[in-house]
Ligand binder design. Structure first.
Ligand code: UT7
Length: 334
């Protein structure tokens, strides 16, 4: 059995910076509230009229990851694309990547696991490599949130949090079983699906019904029971990190870098305290980019690597929690 190792990383963030002060011109909010509750100072939102979409941003990040891996698009055997904001209801963004990168007719799979999307996508890619079926798998997380948010005071509890962006990596066959992705751990609890949801359009509530409601039906905007999600997040983060450490006979002191899904700086800090990690052991960039859902971990991992924060032999822990509920972790020996 093989192992899998990340050999190339890339990210793409749209240029357009939206500060908390910018948001306070759209809705009743302020920089102090947003920073105090979430840690976010600014986020990137695609400018109207830009060519960027989830697939386009994913393709931009993917090209960088493939080049940094020292490969070409023809070396890629499979695509896994994680997003909750696909360009189309169907088909998924994965097939768009195959077209945009002018790739061979390799398989393409979309993962619909929201904030845990990247960890799930990485796990799927890891299994394909471990079984020997594929050698190089392109894994992408990308989100275009800004066009789907309620940017009025009504939606302020959600819309100030989310940002746009994409990250990608190439996961490749590794003969040395002590290196690469050591294990992944995935969970779900569907009874809380309605606590963080975009309910429409759905087959049961399609576009004509929404139009007929003349603005009464706003179920196409994200809804979140923030406090409930927060309370569950801190518990599940802790559980799934412990699960990963235990599986690999590791102690919390062995963690060289913990990269949490960037949901809320307060959640990351709570988990940091819970595991007694110092600031050098944790990487956060939610301050600059907000919560980019399935893209957040891979953007952060790429940025950490670019800054020299991830070194050969390091133990890197990824963990995520979000809509579904779904949560997961990945333990990596770099
Ligand atoms: O990534 C997926 C997983 N997501 C998460 O893990 C997010 C988890 N939840 C959270 O991060 C936090 O719950 C939020 C940041 C979403 C909200 O923070 P909170 O401390 O739970 O605030 P709250 O929702 O309890 O709201 C407190 C007050 C309310 O006013 P009243 O009822 O106390 O008068 C809100 O109306 O803050 C008000 N509020 C705002 N005020 C200014 C809500 N949003 C805003 C805003 N600006 N943007």
């Amino acid at each position: 059995m093989y192992n899998s190792r990340i050999i190339g990383l890339g990210k793409y963030l749209p240029d357009n910076v939206v500060t908390n002060d910018d948001l306070s011109k759209l809705m009743d909010t302020n920089d102090e509230w947003i920073q105090e509750r979430t840690g976010i100072k600014e986020r990137r939102w695609i400018k109207k009229g830009s060519e960027d979409t989830s697939a386009v941003m994913g393709a931009k990040a993917a090209r960088i990851a493939i080049e940094r891996a020292g490969l070409t698009k023809d070396d890629i055997d499979f695509i896994v694309f994680a997003t909750l904001s696909p360009d189309y209801y169907f088909p998924g963004c994965g097939v768009q990547i195959q077209e945009m990168l002018d790739m061979k007719t390799v398989g393409a799979l979309d993962v619909r696991n929201q904030c845990s999307g990247f960890v799930y996508a990485l796990s799927v890619a890891d299994q394909f490599i471990k079984t020997g079926m594929y050698k190089n798998v392109l894994v992408i997380g990308s989100e275009y949130h800004s066009n789907g948010l309620d940017v009025t005071t009504r939606g302020r509890g959600v819309s100030v949090i989310f940002g746009d962006g994409a990250g990608a990596c190439v996961l490749s066959r590794e003969e040395d079983n002590t290196k690469g992705i050591l294990s992944t751990h995935l969970h779900s609890e569907g009874k809380y699906a309605d606590k963080l949801i975009v309910a429409s359009p759905s087959i049961g509530n399609w576009v004509p019904e929404i139009i007929a409601s003349k603005g009464e039906d706003i179920s196409y905007f994200p809804y979140m029971d923030g406090t409930f999600v927060f309370k569950n997040a801190v518990v599940r983060f802790s559980e799934v990190i412990t699960e990963g450490l235990t599986k690999n006979n590791l102690a919390k002191e062995d963690i060289d870098l913990f990269i949490p899904h960037q949901a809320n700086l307060r959640i990351s800090q709570f988990v940091q305290r819970r595991f007694g990690l110092n600031d050098n052991q944790v990487f956060n960039n939610i301050m600059k980019y907000g919560n980019t859902t399935a893209a957040s971990i891979i953007i952060a991992l790429t940025e950490a690597w670019e800054q020299g924060r991830v070194k050969e032999g390091d133990t890197v822990v990824l963990a995520a929690f979000g809509s579904g509920f779904t949560w997961g972790s990945a333990i990596i020996r770099w």
